[in-house]
Design a protein around this ligand. Structure first.
Ligand SMILES: Cc1cc2nc3c(=O)[nH]c(=O)nc-3n(C[C@H](O)[C@H](O)[C@H](O)COP(=O)(O)OP(=O)(O)OC[C@H]3O[C@@H](n4cnc5c(N)ncnc54)[C@H](O)[C@@H]3O)c2cc1C
Length: 411
């Protein structure tokens, strides 16, 4: 083996996950080499300019609820610049009665005070959000351009080495170092520690070291609609973001009096076709009707201006995979961010950097990272024996055969 350039830390993948982790490590005084198959950051799913963020408040999956609260606070702090806080309204599920006391109890149990989440009846929601439906108001909910954020995170660092247009297809370990090879089989770099943030391609990279991850692609399409100034829809458009069955950004009034409204998104499991499709835009038109409870609204009034298509990477249990791969010392994973790239990348940056640098566990505890949450995110949860023996650094695995946890799945 010839001697490649050696680094203490290499990050594979410069989407929002890889860029955020690299930035955290750089801020903590480390030197980092980041490698991406594309010629610039955020070329894949993180080319998304309209990602929303809010803590999850649904019922069930208590670990997911605790994790999204921690992640939301971390994301808010990390992206104060570029963080467009407009508030997000989550309508009550269709057919369910609004019970303010019950909701208040639920939100309090999640540790969410009314600065973060507040029940609203239909009249209050109409006054605040322009939507006559009951639900929960999340005043700190926001939108972030993942593309801009990822690019900015990698700008102006002396200790950052960037390797673009290089696809890593194989990892090999020798004498405590990890060697990384490109498509042509050429040795690219070696490192003591490698953070794999290559979304779906993390799966193939892991196969090269005999680890099988249960990842699958989920295609999604977001539609950017234009609505004429005098159209009946115009009077019903939300002034805030909404999240429920689908999501939307606040409708934006343009100089000519028409509106731009971004609505999404399709959730096509197992699909990875990046071409925009009419059927996904039509699906989003129906989501738009459902979100603002306007079933009689003519969908032809939602004229398509543009679409964004991306392929999410999702794990079998719908939680992200974040943490040290204990079966392969020196390998760390940050993948399966699903539909929560904003939240999980902020959380991954703190968790992975603490594990890579083997410090800061007290800080993690202060941030609320209890051992069960770290184990719930750990790659080892998919391997036989993992669930029986969780540790503070993630469950220890007995082998690399994947299993699917039987706990409630998180959406
Ligand atoms: C329609 C849609 C709507 C969404 N809405 C939201 C939302 O509202 N809020 C939210 O938080 N999230 C949302 N998401 C999810 C969010 O976009 C993703 O979770 C996030 O972008 C994933 O980031 P990533 O860094 O893990 O992956 P990516 O952005 O896909 O980055 C992976 C990087 O790895 C590189 N790479 C891959 N393989 C290799 C290799 N072998 N060698 C070198 N480099 C490699 C790629 O070039 C790429 O740059 C949405 C997604 C979609 C599709």
């Amino acid at each position: 083996m010839s001697t490649p350039q050696h680094h203490a830390i290499v990050v594979i993948g410069a989407g929002i996950a890889g860029a955020t982790i690299a930035n955290e490590l750089l801020q903590r005084g480390q030197s980092v080499c980041i490698i991406d198959a594309a010629s610039s950051p955020a070329s894949a799913c993180s080319s998304h300019a309209y990602a929303i963020a809010h803590p999850h408040i649904g019922k069930g999956s208590p670990r997911l609820l605790r994790l999204t609260k921690i992640a939301f606070l971390l994301a808010e702090e990390r992206w104060s610049k570029g963080w467009h806080q407009h508030g997000i309204f989550q309508p009550t599920k269709k057919g369910k009665a609004f019970d303010r006391d019950e909701l208040l109890g639920h939100l309090q149990a999640l540790g969410l005070n009314d600065e973060i989440a507040k029940p609203l009846d239909a009249m209050e929601a109409k006054a605040l959000c322009g939507i006559e439906q009951s639900g929960v108001w999340l005043p700190r909910g926001a939108t972030l351009s993942l593309a801009k954020a990822a690019k900015e995170l990698l700008q102006g660092h002396e200790r950052l080495m960037e390797v673009w247009s290089t696809r890593i297809t194989r990892l090999e370990s020798c004498d405590g170092r990890w060697f990384m090879f490109d498509t042509a089989g050429n040795l690219v770099v070696s490192a003591d520690k490698v953070i794999i943030a290559a979304a779906m391609e993390s799966k193939a990279l892991m196969v090269s070291i005999n680890i099988r991850l249960p990842l699958k692609p989920v295609r999604g399409q977001l539609s950017i609609f234009s609505i004429a100034k005098n159209d009946p829809w115009a009077a019903r458009l939300p002034r805030v973001g909404m999240s429920g069955d689908g999501y939307c950004l606040p409708a934006q009034e343009l100089a000519d009096g028409s509106y731009q409204w971004i609505v999404g998104s399709s959730f096509d499991e197992g699909e990875d076709d990046l071409r925009a499709s009419d059927s996904s835009d039509n699906f989003n038109r129906e989501q738009a009707q459902g979100l603002i409870n306007y079933g009689e609204g003519c969908t032809a009034s939602l004229k398509l201006k543009n679409s964004f298509v991306g392929v999410r990477c999702v794990a079998g249990d719908r939680l992200p995979i974040i943490g040290a791969l204990t079966q392969r010392p020196g390998i760390f994973l940050a993948t399966a961010l699903g539909s929560r790239g904003v939240l999980w990348s902020a959380l991954a940056a703190k968790l992975i950097s603490a594990q890579v640098l083997e410090d800061d566990f007290a800080l993690l505890t202060r941030l609320g990272f209890a051992a069960d949450l770290v184990a719930a995110l750990a790659p080892a949860r998919f391997f036989a024996g993992a669930l029986a023996a969780p540790s503070a650094l993630g469950a220890l695995a007995s082998n690399s055969k994947p299993i699917f946890p039987s706990g409630p799945s998180a959406k």
